[in-house]
Design a protein around this ligand. Structure first.
Ligand code: UD1
Length: 417
């Protein structure tokens, strides 16, 4: 199942259900380590990154079982152990285990985590913040070792709103002695989801969804039930696919209230979008309109995870757009592949590209090199005249349960081979 074949040029019609959020599920699964009881995490997406997190939890001694509606995690017997291998190196969210393991066991040994190849992705903020809470780190031969005699609360002012660092501080903070204040915290909905799960477990956290969080430590946490919210990035991917290919689709479960910046961009691109009781409807016809300047920003700004999808749509727009990436460098590697499909995307500097819309892309053989860039190539394939083959699809399956099935439900001619 390494490649996806697409016959492009067909407008999308119909309804598709949006899967559970990857970026919400992963830290919540790491957080199950903080209780000695059972948790039941519903609506967990069945994607490669979740399978990798499950294998790490099992390695730590948790009993993890897939049930019809989600994952049951019994963390009563957690053992210490080195976390290494593909499950860590290929997935940056394994970093969440650092805060969780320090909280639960007082030590953690983790291979330097990877994730998509979309920039340097340093981990300095994670280590610096956890050090302020009483952890000490050393790094040897690619392994990070963390230890603590006991975590304590701290006042942590993040110089940039890192999602992963905010999550790690929260995970350590609920187990620490005393209060932890985080200012400059990330406000992404996935952080709010993590706080909601921990609150269900008995943790006291104030300010979720704002840039100032207060985490009160020292409470015993119970097991809890939690439903992972729908994935705003998957919803945004299918929304962009509909704008690129044209048509009318209903995204069932799409979290409209978390997608303000995406919906505004969609309307600049000429699509009509409206929230329904259960999701979002999109209607798009004709060539997409260009966007003068699209900049990625921390939430509630336009998400970096949808920049590549937007780039694919703008590649086929009627005019010139500028796209600015402000979160990660290397997110423009997909431009080379889009250009092989007839796009005209020129990189001005590390953070900016100019897109001259070409009205009609053509099918080609292209390679995914990371998750969201891979999804953008699928969108370009739907927009293009003729056949497209996308290779490197293991990256796409890290975040999308079944992108081909979902798009087939919308009438696309697409198969994984
Ligand atoms: C998370 C998401 C990812 C999303 C990103 C930004 C998960 C599993 N992944 O990634 O999909 O694209 O948020 O919304 O939730 N930084 C540092 N030092 C650090 C940490 C981060 O300099 O220690 C920088 C990064 O290089 C980047 C910026 O901070 O420029 C934001 O990164 P961050 O928010 O931490 O992203 P992730 O949590 O890795």
């Amino acid at each position: 199942m390494d490649s996806i074949h697409i016959q492009g040029g067909i407008a999308l019609q119909g309804q598709v259900r949006i899967q559970g959020s990857k970026n919400a599920a992963l830290p919540v699964l790491a957080a199950t380590l903080l209780t000695v009881e059972q948790s039941y995490i519903r609506n967990c997406p069945r994607i490669a990154d979740v399978h990798a997190m499950v294998s790490l939890l099992r390695k730590l001694g948790c009993l993890v079982t897939w049930r019809e509606e989600g994952l049951q995690v019994d963390s009563s017997q957690v053992c210490r152990g080195a976390m290494r291998g593909e499950a860590v190196k290929g997935m940056r969210s394994s970093l969440c285990l650092l805060g969780a393991l320090l909280g639960r066991c007082g030590e953690a040994l983790l291979e330097h985590p990877g994730g998509c190849v979309i920039g340097e992705r340093p981990i300095d903020l994670h280590l610096w913040a956890l050090e302020q809470m009483g952890a000490r780190f050393s790094e040897e031969k690619g392994m990070i070792q963390g230890r603590t005699e006991g975590l304590h609360g701290a006042r942590i002012a993040l110089p940039m709103p890192s999602v992963g660092a905010t999550e790690n501080i929260i995970l350590a903070g609920v187990m620490a002695e005393g209060d932890t204040h985080i200012t400059g915290a990330a406000r992404e909905p996935e952080i709010t989801a993590l706080c909601r799960y921990l609150q269900n477990c008995g943790a006291v956290i104030e300010g979720a969804g704002t840039d100032h969080l207060l985490v009160r430590g020292g409470n015993n946490l119970y097991g809890a039930e939690f439903t992972v919210p729908s994935d705003r990035i998957v919803a945004g991917t299918y929304l962009m696919a509909c704008i690129g290919a044209g048509g009318c689709v209903h995204l069932e479960g799409a979290p409209a209230d978390e997608m303000g910046a995406v919906l505004r961009t969609a309307s600049q691109m000429g699509a009509s979008c409206w929230p329904t009781e259960e999701g979002i409807c999109i209607q798009a016809s004709g060539c997409p309109k260009p966007v003068e300047r699209l900049s990625t920003l921390p939430y509630p700004g336009f998400p970096t995870d949808l920049q590549s999808a937007a780039l694919a749509v703008l590649a086929g727009a009627e005019g010139r757009s500028v796209v600015e990436e402000r979160i990660f460098e290397n997110r423009f590697r997909v431009a080379v592949e889009l250009n092989r499909m007839g796009a005209c995307i020129q990189q001005l500097d590390a953070h900016t590209v100019v897109v001259r819309g070409v009205r009609q892309l053509h099918g080609a053989e292209v390679a995914a090199r990371e998750l969201r860039g891979g999804a953008a190539l699928v969108i370009a394939g739907l927009m293009a005249q003729g056949k497209t083959r996308v290779t490197g699809c293991q990256y796409i399956y890290r975040g999308y349960e079944n992108i081909c099935r979902d798009l087939r439900e919308l009438g696309a001619r697409i198969v994984s081979v």
